[in-house]
Design a binder for this molecule. Structure first.
Ligand code: ADP
Ligand code: GN1
Ligand code: MG
Length: 360
């Protein structure tokens, strides 16, 4: 950890960093919890620059978005320092410190908070829905054209499908034959992959400023009250579809199983959790959404789950070069949970439609 502490010394911290431990379970960046001898905590992150090609532009986005949110939170009577991220500058006044291949940034640690890797009960999932719905509302009048697209075509499922076919064709690790069933699963849903992209292109779904990575563990809850406090992990905030933000939360959270659960008999889509999330999300931002957006929320859930499963499968075929893996076949296990959830959601489609209608 000495190297990490050396990196930390280049930022304007209160006190000197004395410990750094791995933190969070992200698949892309490396996150550390820093503690200083002045009793302060910080989040230090190494940005994965093969995924985020222009880290300076990304940090510009983060500053713009968090400044905007802080102003709104202050107007709502909230605490701007606890309601969103605060960037800590480097000794030189920059947002990033680069050394060799590494590209690093620091946030103040929002104290007295907790994150959930999966929900223990429906109230928690409802609370996360309020957080993401509120986030959508806070950014409703943010000037989208001032944002850099940190990962172009991030949720363009049609292009994700093309990348998947490319990976099957290359078969870089000779794995395609062993996942014929999963490949067939994706191929039989080829037309589905285009549904939302086509609607957006036809002007039937508006582009909004969205979060694009709305996993439950990107919400900080107040440890005492359990109320949602802040949405974090803002690297993918850029123009996108509201239905995808809704959908990605459902993908990750509307089940009691982990994203990488190897035992598929434990992986089930839970309509009751879908119900709670829909109630919370629409309660916060429903008045903002068009009829088409509301109608397509269940499709957003299926799309994000399908897309994520397909991305895990693509990465498995490519030899695990994108998502961090911690065991053999990790990406394949992740892909399989997503496809199990897609099947469940397809079977529960009418029920999901009814739930959405009930809250419109
Ligand atoms: P990743 O991109 O790896 O998912 P995140 O930015 O989501 O990284 O951070 C990982 C975890 O660290 C989050 O799930 C949350 O628990 C915690 N975290 C992130 N930022 C803060 C912060 N400013 N204050 C407190 N905890 C934070
Ligand atoms: C990645 O970095 P993390 O773990 O928050 C990925 C998301 C996926 C998610 C699957 C930049 O998010 O798109 O949905 O894994 N982030 C990026 O858990 O690709
Ligand atoms: Mg995260």
């Amino acid at each position: 950890m000495k190297q990490v502490l050396d990196i930390a010394s280049h930022f304007r911290l209160e006190g000197r960093a004395v410990s750094a431990e791995n933190y969070g379970g992200g698949h892309i960046n490396d996150t550390f919890l820093l503690k200083t001898d002045a009793g302060e905590n910080y989040i230090l992150q190494r940005i994965n620059t093969s995924v985020f090609k222009d880290a300076e532009a990304l940090m510009d986005n983060v500053i713009k978005v968090t400044d905007f949110i802080k102003e709104k939170i202050a107007r709502e009577g909230g605490d701007p320092q606890r309601g969103t991220l605060s960037v800590v500058l480097t000794e030189d006044g920059g947002t990033l410190y680069r050394e060799g291949e590494g590209c690093w940034r620091v946030y103040t640690f929002i104290r007295g908070t907790m994150t959930l890797q999966s929900c223990e009960n429906q109230e928690q999932f409802y609370a996360s829905a309020c957080a993401f719905g509120h986030f959508q509302k806070l950014l409703a009048d943010f000037p989208a054209d001032t944002l850099y697209e940190s990962i172009p075509d991030f949720h363009n499922t049609k292009l994700r499908y093309a990348a998947f076919e490319e990976a099957v064709k290359r078969d870089a690790r000779g794995r395609a034959a062993s996942v014929a069933e999963e490949i067939a699963f994706v191929r039989s849903r080829r037309d589905f992959a285009s549904v939302l992209v086509d609607m957006q292109e036809r002007g039937e779904l508006p582009l909004r400023v969205t979060h694009n990575d709305t996993k439950l563990n990107n919400v900080l809850f107040d440890a005492e009250s359990g109320l949602p406090l802040a949405v974090v992990d803002l690297d993918t905030v850029m123009p996108g579809l509201s239905v995808n933000d809704f959908g990605d939360s459902i993908r990750f959270g509307a089940t009691y199983a982990a994203e990488d659960e190897p035992d598929l008999t434990r992986v089930r889509f839970e309509p009751d959790l879908f119900d709670c999330y829909t109630r919370g999300f629409l309660g916060e931002c429903g008045s903002l959404l068009t009829d088409n957006e509301k109608r397509m929320l269940p499709v957003g859930a299926m799309m994000m789950t399908f897309e994520c499963g397909m991305r895990f499968l693509t990465d498995y075929l490519n030899g695990d070069t994108y998502f961090k893996i911690h065991r053999e076949n990790h990406n394949l296990d992740r892909c399989r949970t997503q496809f199990k959830l897609v099947r469940d959601m397809e079977a529960a489609r009418e029920q999901m439609d009814e739930i959405v209608k009930a809250y419109c």
